[in-house]
Design a protein around this ligand. Structure first.
Ligand SMILES: [Zn+2]
Length: 112
């Protein structure tokens, strides 16, 4: 009896965990594109922090956020949109930027 319950719980767990791992190839492409943009934002923030002597924890002004794109490929924010429609939060200096759908680049692990 206990074994039967355990096995059915195990089966449910296996099905649920199997479903959560199922992503379509286009989801994977969107995630990878988003992570690439998040990394560019992070690098642009570091470059700006060095150029403006900004300390960790400082907030960027709206003008500084706007000009971050000049350090990114394409040079415009319009060239850096999350393919899934997520919104980016640049965040403070020293903290990772994040996407409203995909999270931040530190929490996203891509396995090839
Ligand atoms: Zn995203």
């Amino acid at each position: 009896m206990i074994t039967k319950i355990f096995l059915s719980l195990l089966l449910v767990f296996t099905i649920v965990s199997g479903m959560s791992c199922t992503t379509s190839p286009s989801d994977d492409r969107d995630l990878m594109a988003c992570v690439n943009i998040l990394r560019q934002i992070e690098t642009a923030k570091r470059t700006m922090a060095m150029g403006h002597s900004l300390e960790n924890g400082e907030l960027l002004t709206p003008e500084q956020v706007e000009s971050l794109s000049t350090f990114m490929t394409g040079g415009k924010w319009s060239a850096h949109q999350c393919p899934s429609g997520g919104r980016y939060t640049v965040g403070r200096i020293g903290q990772p930027p994040s996407c409203s759908i995909h999270g931040n680049s530190k929490d996203i692990h891509i396995y090839y």
